[in-house]
Design a protein around this ligand. Structure first.
Ligand code: OAD
Length: 291
């Protein structure tokens, strides 16, 4: 099988061409860049969270132990922003690709629900860094999978009205008192509830990790797309490379160079919301026209 992108358009070889899509095994890996055009900040980009905020103060177990109110304030702000956002054409294209391929897995580092709202099913998606709308106990195994696990929305005075960003991560003492009250408690053990995301220094969720490994073990992928991630974490590159069949295509969709770029067979230096619909349409149209 040979699939390739030519001049940024996906071209399928003729002949056996389209065993192809219908029999195709696909892995898609996404990161914050895919949600950027829905108005969700990335982490390391120009206006990314980690440019203005210190991850050690907001996204580690130590930060939570030290100041759970501050951590909750940040996660409430992010939840609010995600609720107000809409999936963009990149999310929709990925959901469409899943429908048209024989075997498909989406591994997203994004904790937002935009892939799901665009139509990607839970069965074909792994949220490897967790789900921001899940709230779980830091002391026992109680999990609240709904959206009601924390008092929301955040206090209006915590947010800049125009940008929606937090005013400051250094609280006044009055704010600190208020934040203590805003930290939800576990209904079972009274422990502190925390967002259901993976923080720096924590293990990836075992069940989700197993699902990725199972998919990789089940066979090589004809097509691997990695979109909107700096591929900072070694496991992202590792999965992309391990998934790839010897004659498969590894397509990177990212306006910027990343550590993965050197391994990509196709580098699409465009925004995901522009590139992914075109890539997916090319695949799907080629398939329909040959059936
Ligand atoms: P980053 O913020 O590190 O990277 C975002 C990537 O998206 C960059 O490579 C950008 O060039 C690219 N990008 C920006 N806009 C884009 C667009 N419109 N289309 C396509 N690409 C675009 O985000 P991640 O790689 O997802 O972890 O970060 C990985 C993890 O680091 C996150 O899941 C989070 C963070 O700390 C946890 O929360 C555990």
């Amino acid at each position: 099988m040979s699939l390739r992108l030519e001049q940024n358009l996906l071209a399928l070889d003729t002949g056996a061409a389209i065993t192809r899509i219908s029999k195709m095994r696909v892995l898609v890996i996404t990161g914050a860049g895919v949600s950027a055009e829905s108005g969700i900040p990335t982490f390391r980009g120009k206006d990314g969270y980690w440019r203005n905020l210190n991850p050690a103060k907001l996204a580690t177990p130590e930060a939570f132990a030290k100041d759970p109110g501050l951590v909750w304030e940040w996660y409430r702000e992010r939840r609010r922003r995600i609720r107000n956002a809409q999936p963009n054409p990149a999310h929709k294209a990925i959901a469409k690709l899943a429908q048209h391929t024989h075997e498909f897995l989406l591994v997203t580092q994004n904790v937002d629900d935009l892939h799901a709202r665009a139509g990607s099913s839970k069965e074909k998606m792994v949220q490897i860094h967790g789900d921001i709308f899940v709230t779980r106990c830091s002391g026992c195994d109680f999990v609240d999978t709904g959206r009601g696990g924390s008092p929301e929305p955040p206090a209006p005075d915590a947010i800049y009205p125009n940008s929606g960003r937090l005013r400051s991560i250094a609280p006044t003492s009055a704010q600190a008192e208020k934040k203590k009250e805003d930290v939800p408690r576990c209904p079972r053990c009274e422990g502190l509830m925390r967002p259901g995301v993976v923080w720096f220094g924590e293990q990836l969720p075992w069940d989700e990790l197993r699902r990725v490994e199972n998919y990789l073990e089940d066979g090589p992928c004809d097509f691997v797309i990695v979109a909107g991630t700096t591929a900072t974490f070694g496991y992202i590159i590792d999965w992309a490379l391990r998934a790839l069949a010897s004659n498969g295509e590894l397509v990177e969709v990212n306006p910027e160079e990343t550590p993965l770029s050197q391994f990509a067979t196709q580098r699409v230096r465009e925004r995901a919301a522009l590139a992914l619909p075109r890539i997916v349409d090319e695949l799907v149209i080629s398939r329909s026209s040959k059936l």
